[in-house]
Design a protein around this ligand. Sequence first.
Ligand code: GDP
Ligand code: MG
Length: 388
Amino acid sequence: MSIKKALVIIPTYNELENIEKTIIEVFKNLKSVKNWNCGILVVDDTSPDKTYELVKKLQKKFSKLELLINKKKAGLGGAYLKGMEYAFGKLKADLVFQFDADLSHDPTKIPLFFEKIDQGADLVLGSRYISGGSIPADWGLHRKFLSVVGNLVVRTVLTNFSVSDWTTGYRAVTKKVYQAVHKELAGDQFSGYTFQIGLLNKTVRKGFSIAEIPFHFKDRTFGKSKIGPEYIKNTLEYIMKVRLQDLLKSRILKFVIVGGIGALTQLTTLQGWRTIFPYQLAFFLAIEGAVLMNFILSNLWTFSDRKLKPTQYPAKFLQFNLASGGSILIQQAIAFLGETFVGLFALFTLPIINLNIDTGMMYAVGGILIGMFWNFFAYNKFIWKKKK
Ligand SMILES: Nc1nc2c(ncn2[C@@H]2O[C@H](COP(=O)(O)OP(=O)(O)O)[C@@H](O)[C@H]2O)c(=O)[nH]1
Ligand SMILES: [Mg+2]
């Protein structure tokens, strides 16, 4: 087996005071890594302080130091995308690291990242929020709050608690992961720090295996952090967008939309039937039309992944009618129970909290919700059963 290649990518923007020490420290720690051919790739956006000039000088001393210069400031994400494209493409790397120039990321942990990769991880995170990791004690309250609460918000909104540090910038990324996600990360949305959450989210969702290594994040000694206030807004925008897209793809939403179309069908056709038939029959036909419409759309769309065979249609349509009848019964029962019991109850409580709610409306909404719940349950469990 040929020896694999790894590059530690260090994006820089005005890191003149930091870059030399960082390069020395990283190379020192790469020395102990066996079975890997390792180098460093600095991606500089033509820093006004001429960080790149110093890197060029250092290239004479370090043969495995590469430099990529962007003419314009491309943001953290932009720099990483360009760096990764260059590393995995032209430089034929199998693995890259994301590493800050300010030595906030403890370089002595680098060999542990390689261990996880050798054990089969597709992406390794340097984590501040697992035992053995930390954020600086002397960070101001607002930065601590931002980091801790920010991570919690991301985890909650993305409903993923398998990863503990979503915003960490210390990572090892395999070529496999890069190839699977980089196209979706091109574009403005990910040009800044949102790149980190974006890359991780896509990696998680594609089912890659992720490992975490704890480390103590150290504050930079020289220079200023480039993270700006737009970071919070961009992050919130991104995670909300992801959630919304999930919702639009979810079965529940399709179910609600199909239910709405059914109700609309019922209302509109009722008028037509009534001009021809007596009320009772017109009512029945309108409901049956809605049920049929609902059945067809559910089969084609809501449960398209569990489509029924034509031979199943008669029996399943009968079941579907029974389920719908069940939900009407439930609604009637709730209205009845509501009137008899809760009606009295509401008489006592509502005046106290001084709310002016139409109780009839409450039963209707409650009844419809519980009816829908029943329908969804019945569709899932009986009609479009999951295939084993
Ligand atoms: N090439 C490039 N590097 C950047 C840019 N913005 C930030 N960096 C680098 O990304 C790393 C992390 O930035 P830093 O300001 O330390 O962020 P913080 O650690 O989150 O406060 C540092 O090495 C920066 O020099 C950019 O627009 N272009
Ligand atoms: Mg930093």
